[in-house]
Design a protein around this ligand. Structure first.
Ligand SMILES: Cc1ncc(COP(=O)(O)O)c(C=O)c1O
Length: 477
């Protein structure tokens, strides 16, 4: 059965209408393809914790609208929307249902959990209250209300050293990194330390902005500052709260060493405050920027807490860089969308942002536990690393396994996973997977890991067969 990922807000009432709305959107967007069979009403009602009558009503509504087709004996299926096929039957919709695919790749938070109603309420409020003049060209560094709200939030939650005037609103960490590296590279390419392994998405962006990336290995304490000292780097991009992809938290000793290094080389640390909102065992450690605001650029966004599609983030630069970065931000695109900035102000000020984070922390924690439990059962040779945090789990595979073969064998079984090899630059390391657990329910996580375990077994079998084949060179390790 497909993972429907319906986002229902019980407090908002009219559940049948909400379920119908969510399903309608899923069919329109193609997420639910023609021919896909929906869960029996009783089963979906149980999953959603509603009465069966509510689901039956939603299905009936969509059958009436032509989005679904219901036939005795074959359940309820997605209709061939947009074709002339009569909704009540004749031939059943032609395409065969796609096999279930479980997506354990990283990348986004649970987009089905985006607080749509709260966002809509915030936008309504903005449209009712915002004066006409506010829709003109505003300060490219961000609307003052959002800068104040974010600065207060970062002081409170991340122990950042920031005032509203020092904070610049940007279109995500990506733009913040591009602007900062661009500012550093004005006099020529800047040797920039990057963690190895590292986010593939940001690597190219840094190069494009004028960086000459210098990979520095990450160990159990975070970036290896001794290796950094031996390198020509004069600036470093790090993910101290929860290293991507290994999940390591930068240790107190390394935090101090990193700041000392920045002082020694008269350089800067670019702190990508990646998924710092989600720590499940304790409060997250405060940001590095709070420790040394004159050396650290703090970069964050709502991409993991709300959704990357909002493209809303922030940047706090040390005085020595702030003017250049701000000017670059003003010249690049004249600022971020004003209505969305005001909506985020209301979401935070009204408490809905904190409520959403609390809810997501509970949900992600349960999903992480489910993943760890399923791995222990179905992939007992694997070791999960990193603190209980974030939206991804770094899982080291037994050394004899071929990572790429596991990824491929998993894909053949309908489970999408990513290996760490594509994220490594220079530093070698054992085979490992980076598993994103944010988007799947606990049940689906459990269902996805079993075939993943089979995939690992198949890869192991393949490796053993290859080793036994004469003429195939033996790979050490
Ligand atoms: C480690 C890391 N930092 C930053 C980003 C970009 O974030 P944003 O959406 O805030 O630009 C990504 C995106 O995948 C990422 O993996």
């Amino acid at each position: 059965l497909p993972d429907l990922q319906l986002q229902i807000d019980r407090a908002a009432g009219d559940l049948a209408d909400q379920i119908a709305g969510e399903l309608r959107t899923a069919v329109r967007s193609g997420r639910l393809a023609a021919g896909v069979r929906l869960p029996a009403s009783r089963e979906l009602a149980r999953d959603l914790g509603t009465s069966r009558g509510v689901v039956v009503e939603a299905y009936q509504q969509l059958v009436a609208e032509g989005f679904l087709v219901s036939r005795q004996g074959s359940g309820t299926r997605v209709a061939a929307v947009g074709t002339t096929a009569s909704p009540d039957g004749g031939a059943p919709p032609s395409p065969s249902p796609p096999r279930p695919v479980y997506d354990l790749t990283v990348g986004t938070p649970d987009l089905a959990a985006f607080p749509r109603r709260a966002w809509l309420a915030a936008v309504r409020q903005v449209m009712a209250e915002l004066p006409h003049e506010a829709l003109g060209y505003r300060d490219p560094a961000g609307v003052p209300e959002l800068r104040a709200e974010l600065a207060a939030y970062l002081r409170r939650v991340r122990a950042a050293a920031v005032t509203a005037g020092e904070l610049v609103v940007v279109n995500g960490v990506a733009q913040g990194l591009h602007l900062t590296v661009g500012a550093l590279a004005r006099a020529g390419p800047v040797p920039l330390a990057v963690e190895d392994p590292h986010s593939a998405r940001t690597y190219e962006l840094l190069e494009d902005a004028g960086a000459d990336p210098v990979p520095i290995p990450v160990d159990g304490e975070g970036i290896d500052v001794a290796a950094l000292r031996r390198s020509p780097a004069r600036a470093a991009v790090v993910t101290p709260a929860h290293q991507y992809p290994t999940g390591v938290v930068l240790s107190p000793r390394r935090r101090a060493e990193l700041i000392a290094w920045a002082d020694e080389v008269d350089g800067f640390v670019l702190e990508d405050d990646y998924d710092a909102e989600f720590r499940y065992d304790r409060n997250p450690v405060g940001c590095l920027q709070g420790l040394c605001p004159r050396r650290v650029v703090l970069l964050g966004s709502v991409s993991k807490s709300l959704a990357p599609g909002l493209r809303l983030g922030w940047l706090v630069a040390p005085p020595a860089l702030a003017g250049t970065v701000r000017r670059a931000r003003a010249l690049s695109d004249l600022g971020s969308p004003v209505i969305d900035q005001h909506a985020l102000v209301r979401l935070i000020a009204g408490g809905a942002y904190d409520r959403h984070l609390r809810q997501m922390r509970r949900r992600y924690r349960a999903r992480r536990d489910a993943l760890a439990g399923a791995l222990a059962r179905w992939l007992p040779g694997a070791v999960a690393h990193g603190v209980p945090a974030g939206i991804q789990l770094y899982v080291e595979l037994p050394a004899a396994l071929d990572e790429a073969a596991v990824v491929k064998a998993a894909a053949d079984r309908g489970v999408a996973v990513e290996g760490v090899a594509p994220l490594r630059v220079d530093a070698p390391g054992p085979p490992a997977l980076v598993l994103g657990f944010a988007r799947l329910s606990e049940r689906h996580i459990a269902e996805a890991v079993r075939p993943l375990g089979e995939a690992a077994e198949a890869a192991e079998g393949g490796a053993a067969a290859a080793l036994a084949t004469p003429g195939v060179p033996r790979v050490p390790g």
